[in-house]
Design a protein around this ligand. Sequence first.
Ligand code: ATP
Length: 820
Amino acid sequence: MGRDHKEHKRHRSRSKERKRSRSRSPRDRRDRDRDSRRDRERQRDYDRRGDDKRDREKQRDADNKQRQQETKKESKSAVFEMEESRNVNFDDFRLKMTFSAHFQSIFTTNTTTEEIKRMSKAEVKAYRDELDSITVKGIDVPKPIKTWAQCGVNLKMMNVLKKYEYTKPTSIQAQAIPSIMSGRDVIGIAKTGSGKTLAFLLPMFRHILDQPELEEGDGPIAVILAPTRELAMQTYKEANKFAKVLGLRVACTYGGVGISEQIADLKRGAEIVVCTPGRMIDVLAANSGKVTNLRRVTYLVLDEADRMFDKGFEPQIMKVVNNIRPDKQTVLFSATFPRHMEALARKVLEKPVEILVGGKSVVCSDVTQNAVICEEHQKLLKLLELLGMYYEQGSSIVFVDKQEKADDIVDQLMKTGYNSVAPLHGGIDQHDRDSSIADFKTGVIKVLVATSVAARGLDVKNLILVVNYDCPNHYEDYVHRVGRTGRAGKKGYAYTFVLPEQISQYGSQNYQEKMAGEICRAFETAGCKPPQDLKAMFERFKKEMAAEGKEVKLGGKGFEGHGYKYDEGEAEADANKKKMARLVHGMEAGGDDDDDLDEQLNSMIKTKRRLVHGKPQSDKPTTSGNSKTDREAEKRKDAAKLKAEELSSKLKTAQNVIQPVEKTATQLTAEAVIRGQDVAPVQISAAMLAKEKANRLNEKLNYLGGEAAPTQQQEEAWEYFEEEWDINDFPQQVRYKICSRESVGHVAELAEVGISVRGVHVPPGKEPKAGERRLHLLLEARSERNLKAAKEEIIRIMKEAFRQLTAQIQRGGTQSRYKV
Ligand SMILES: Nc1ncnc2c1ncn2[C@@H]1O[C@H](COP(=O)(O)OP(=O)(O)OP(=O)(O)O)[C@@H](O)[C@H]1O
């Protein structure tokens, strides 16, 4: 056994040895070599592929860069080409406006239309009265229809109308559809939620179906311009409901998201394009105008037209309008239409039929309006109270005036247990905005906290509550905001929080006192009684203004707090704003010559001059910068602010002062520390408040108070001019350019003047906060000649800035919207 075992072991070791030696056989070695060769090849291949990939990526980056540069160049030239093509001769174009004739044939062959044809003038009037008191203007305005069949919709469209339970035309639809179908240009003004979208969509489909089919390289037949991305998207979806069954294609192009997909849609061909004006110009200019074109456009819609003009889209709109054949049909719709917009409308519409349903800029009677006077710190509780009442009944929208505030309120609501809440504002990525809107429409999000981006057009089926957490600052915004509820015949509730007047008296909010009057007007025009306290607040404000010799007028002017005309200063500011818009537009069109520009700019700078005895305070220009002295001043300012805040917080506890006064105390203390004076405990006296008020009044009246005059008379021998130039209302880019260290230093040196940038920028329609001044330049000069030289140079710099701004507008895109 022992021997056997040893033998077995030997045998095993021999066989192992054999195996080993076999593995070293030439064949195995060949195999092994082959494997390792393959491995090496694989590795090389892998490396090569990696290199290839990297090379490809590099190449792609380079290509992209080149393409971007080319596109930039092409965009520029394409825009200029667009400009030049204004005088394009459309006569040789193969299209004819066959639509009107086609409609006539339907109208005469359809038996039900006989009923309309037989209606006498008196019957038509009675029927219009029945339809929310429709009033019409224009020659031969078609009679209103009663049923869908009377406007010749085909069976497919009828099925869609049935599917979405649009049983019969709404008032605006009844009058606008036959008017548009007769081929006329139309202005349609009707309340929020009254079905204006369908009023221009249905005739549009009929119009398109009557045109020859699109061919390779053809652009759209209908273009719908909307002021916001959200509205463009919503209209696109509404149009798609019908387009799909009719075999038509709709493309939607708006900013904030990638352009490539939108370009691809347009290149594939679309009969209808829904767009925001800036992005439309971008796509028209892209790829040397090869993406799409306006040659086949015969139907143009301006939805919420007043808002588009107000947003400064006029140049873009005019560019689109001027590049469409002149015999196009243009229709314009909105719930509000301030009078000063009419002139702009006249530029784009040809002898329009004007349809007004139930009054201009009126809140829909299905909205129950409420106004609550409450202080800032009470607002959140009030909101929670309202959500407690309405949350279970439907969705709510809360309007605020600042993006951060929207985020903040969302946080607060989440903390209190409301989870389906989201913010919506311009600071949010467009994809997130789109998905929030989609979720809000489906009810996944029940409370949307938004800025005014959501005020226009947003249609959410079961939206029951609108809360104006911050009071809107113009009448039209109020009408559109509260119009998010009470739509399509459903009931809705709107609450507006207005700050009490003692706050507005001392703070910067006194636009709310004016808005109190506008809100009362909104109640009254909708046939409701305004709240007593709100009315009383406005009456007190009117009296206060009357005592100062000012008249408060409601309505008329429309946007940005210009709903009132209560003093010359405001009228001038308004005129300035218009001048500015004209100036930018004029420069863009290349129409103004240099002298004209000089004159216009000159007239826009408000100046205050006085002769001062003594030595000028500054021999050198001052502006914000990073010199050592600036930094030191900055440090002192920070320290002062800290100290002031500490003091004012003590003050608050001691005197229980309301917030705006506390702010004034902070500022006063800070100013004292900056001036290097001792910080005495701040006394908030009636006299101080009166003085502050007087200062604000002086500011409005363009009057420099006596306290600004020098008190030291030691240097009698000196005499110099001090002049203030108000540059607050110039567009942002122009302001930056003038206030830059470089510009200020240059002007000071050239004209031998002392020049400093003072005050802060105050947005349009707002008042400067207590202790603050509007942005202005302070010039100190030994002679009028120096002042004149300085002004000439500043105007030259301004012109340069304006030119840059207009060049940007010509390039189109979202950046091109100028802020005035
Ligand atoms: N004939 C109809 N019958 C019933 N519902 C309709 C009819 N026409 C439109 N609607 C519905 O009414 C709602 C409001 O329509 P739309 O959004 O067009 O209003 P609008 O007048 O444009 O409002 P806004 O001024 O706020 O933009 C939508 O939900 C729409 O589907």
